[in-house]
Design a protein around this ligand. Structure first.
Ligand code: FAD
Length: 370
């Protein structure tokens, strides 16, 4: 008999397993239907000995000292500030849009004040910002929107930005200076020895038992548990009784090429002309030195593992129906990106899991707002 069965060994499941086992002395069984721990953050050394991310690039960034301090118990870090270029009109230009993006695209020689004035001139007045299209048009106008955002978003989400909630493009700032960092968070690091090593350290405790290649539907018949923490898709748990929540998926094509470097930054976006959205080169993220280099192409799709909850009003409404059901089950807790149908980053999932732990252990909530 376990105190807790935890379904899913990604960030949500691993944080709760660690806290419950170590701090509350609970006996925990954590399972995953995949053959590895780490969820979507799983990384591994490929056949050439290069550390790659199986499910696409995962860059850790947070403004939360609490989340950073917590994860620092399980890993050393490597400072890393993420840089992205977009391949448009035969040029590689910084994204998020900044001074060099605009000057490079149009051949201008603006300074920051001139660029701010230019944005004022080209941005479209939109009274109420509702969609992802509204966000960008109201900041940088139509040509920059169509060049950098429309095609990328259509590929990534399988729908036009005008159909998507504003939160998708609101995540990407517009800058008038030359700051070319993708994120501006206080803490920007990669786990020095990789994510999987960090998860191994989290789960290394005598109270934690791990079963991989194991799905919830299989194991629930055979093990006894007092409480359940479910980090898989919430609609799957309830047998899709209200219908399927849509999730966007990705197909990853991993390649190793016989040259030390493939591109000048970790990620190059391809907004317009290719079927893939971006190419990632991992050595930029990990700092690994190797004569070869490994890259990944991402092809968005509706088939495959559920990666991204799709931010649309009607999906949020459908999720609310499932959420009401979750509230009828006192010993079952839903957490994580799939369990709560939220487009969360890793740090937000860690904060959410720590908050749930506080609730389960009767402590005051960390009340982390990220
Ligand atoms: P997951 O990592 O999805 O873990 C859930 C686990 O549950 C999975 O391993 C799954 O196999 C298992 N599971 C599901 N159902 C069952 C079942 N029925 N039985 C058994 N096991 C089950 N975040 C960032 O902060 N920075 C980034 O750069 C970043 N990049 C990303 C890139 C991509 C391509 C994707 C898809 C996501 C990215 N994220 C990034 C988000 C990040 O992956 C998530 O925030 C985080 O991994 C969510 O953790 P989780 O535990 O909620 O879910």
């Amino acid at each position: 008999m376990f105190d807790y069965l935890i379904v899913g060994a990604g960030f949500a499941g691993a944080v709760l397993a660690e806290r419950l086992a170590k701090k509350s002395n609970k006996k925990v069984l954590i399972i995953d239907k995949r053959k590895h721990i780490g969820g979507n953050a799983y990384d591994y050394y490929n056949e050439s000995g290069i550390l790659i991310h199986k499910y696409g690039p995962h860059i850790f960034h947070t403004n939360s000292p609490k989340v950073f301090a917590y994860l620092s118990e399980f890993t050393l870090w490597r400072p890393y500030e993420h840089k992205v270029l977009a391949s448009v009109r035969n040029k590689l230009l910084p994204i998020p849009i900044n001074l060099n993006t605009v000057n490079g695209l149009y051949g201008h020689n603006f300074d920051s004040a001139q660029l701010a004035a230019y944005f004022d001139q080209i941005k479209e007045p939109i009274e109420t910002i509702r969609t992802s299209e509204d966000v960008v048009l109201s900041q940088v106008g139509r040509d920059l929107y169509e060049t950098f955002f429309r095609g990328y978003t259509r590929k990534q989400w399988g729908m036009d930005p005008s159909e998507l909630d504003k939160m998708v493009t609101s995540r990407i700032p517009t800058r008038t200076d030359c700051d070319d960092r993708y994120f501006t968070d206080t803490f920007q690091y990669m786990p020095l020895h990789g994510y999987t090593r960090m998860f191994e350290n989290m789960l290394d405790h005598p109270n934690i038992h791990i079963a991989l290649n194991t799905s919830y539907t299989e194991i629930k018949k055979y093990v006894g548990f007092k409480n359940l923490i479910f980090t898989g898709p919430v609609d799957e748990y309830f047998d899709y009784c209200y219908g399927h929540l849509p999730y966007r998926s990705l197909q990853f094509v991993h390649k190793t090429v016989d040259q030390p470097q493939f591109q000048s930054v970790a990620v190059v976006n391809y907004p317009n002309d290719q079927d893939y959205t971006r190419i990632t080169e991992y050595k930029h993220l990990t700092g690994q030195e190797h004569a070869k280099t490994s890259i990944t192409y991402e092809y968005p799709s509706w088939n495959g593992d559920p990666y991204y909850p799709v931010p649309k009003l009607e999906n949020a409404a459908l999720y609310q129906q499932y959420k009401l059901l979750t509230e009828t089950l006192p010993n079952v807790h839903f957490v994580g990106r799939l369990g709560t149908y939220r487009y969360y980053n890793m740090d937000q999932v860690v904060a959410q899991a720590l908050t749930l732990y506080d609730k389960l252990s009767g402590k005051k909530s960390v009340n982390e707002v990220l």
